[in-house]
Design a protein around this ligand. Structure first.
Ligand SMILES: NC(=O)C1=CN([C@@H]2O[C@H](COP(=O)(O)OP(=O)(O)OC[C@H]3O[C@@H](n4cnc5c(N)ncnc54)[C@H](O)[C@@H]3O)[C@@H](O)[C@H]2O)C=CC1
Ligand SMILES: O=C(O)C1=N[C@H](C(=O)O)C[C@H](O)C1
Length: 269
């Protein structure tokens, strides 16, 4: 299977290049960066720290799409949306890990995504995808008697907040509790905010140093609390998921998928 990586010089892109290169069923045929990126023209393997692989980094999306079976994209929301449109037009499959989409971008993805083989997931790790299910289950079991608070922590170079994973955790808790996240979501607190309202779902973002990615879902009541915690020890937990998703989506019919489909974790499956 021939893959290309968009954001190839980025933190995730470099690990995906390295893991895909090792994979016996994969061949890297393209590496994309934005025009004027300092790594343009350099070898993607050299940039990933795995030595020369004869794949120069380019900004020519059309050329890349001609060569690859699946485009794996960890870049920025605008770029990923553009790439989903281009993959659709060229009939290629696409795996998107980018987070931070606006509501209107998300709606556009929901419209265009199903017309090609498109997988979009805010977190590609097995552990977090299980955490998604656990959060739904625990929220449903505990109901309104427990306050739900979500805390995420990431490195100081992350651009979006809260993390895509935290947003999804909050959506799943809200759904399980029959609440509208638009109404009950509270993102950080400051000043005289008053007592916590019963139905609030709090989402807090911590940024610092080189934290790869940590998510805690707290269910708190008088006298006790449950905490569901996931900590990514390295980006490879996430990059491995992206490589797995690329292999999986190649043989699927057109549709908009997420990582739960790949892992067989969708409810009822
Ligand atoms: N779904 C998941 O499991 C994960 C998702 N992410 C998300 O993936 C995205 C990237 O994360 P990182 O790799 O940490 O960021 P990064 O900033 O290290 O890498 C992004 C790369 O995309 C490149 N890029 C930006 N615009 C581009 C364009 N028009 N064409 C080609 N390349 C372009 C940048 O130059 C950069 O090299 C973020 O949205 C992050 O939240 C990060 C880790 C895991
Ligand atoms: O930017 C990151 O690094 C990460 N982003 C994802 C998110 O926003 O949920 C996933 C992971 O936690 C790392």
């Amino acid at each position: 299977m021939k893959i290309a990586v968009c954001g190839a010089a980025g933190r995730m892109g470099r690990r995906i290049v390295a893991l895909a290169h090792e994979h016996p069923e994969m061949q890297i045929v393209g590496a994309l960066e934005f025009p004027k990126h300092p790594a343009l023209g350099n070898d993607a393997g050299e940039i990933a720290g795995i030595g020369h692989i004869a794949v120069p980094i380019t900004s020519d999306l059309d050329e890349i799409l001609k060569k690859c079976d699946v485009l794996v994209d960890f870049s920025s929301p605008d770029t990923s949306l553009r790439n989903i449109k281009a993959a659709t037009e060229s009939g290629k499959a696409i795996v998107v890990g980018t987070t931070g989409f606006s509501e209107s971008q998300r709606k556009e993805i929901e419209k265009i995504g199903p017309t090609t083989r498109c997988l979009v997931a805010p977190n590609m790790s097995v552990g977090v995808n299980l955490l998604f299910n656990l959060t739904e289950t625990v929220a449903r079991a505990l109901g309104d008697a427990y306050d739900v608070e979500i805390i995420e922590a990431h490195h100081n170079l992350k651009k979006d907040a809260p993390s895509g994973t935290a947003v999804k955790l909050a959506q799943l808790a809200a759904q399980a509790l029959d609440r509208d996240l638009e109404e009950v979501g509270v993102y950080g607190r400051k000043g005289i905010v008053g007592e916590r309202k019963n139905h609030e779902i709090g989402v807090m973002a911590v940024r610092g140093g080189d934290i790869v990615g940590e998510h805690t879902v707290m269910f708190v009541t008088g006298g006790e609390r449950i905490e569901l915690i996931h900590r990514a020890h390295s980006r490879d937990a996430l990059a491995k998921g992206a490589v797995r998703a690329a292999l999986w989506i190649y043989s699927q019919p057109p549709g908009l998928y997420d990582m739960q489909d790949v892992l067989g974790l969708k409810a009822g499956k």
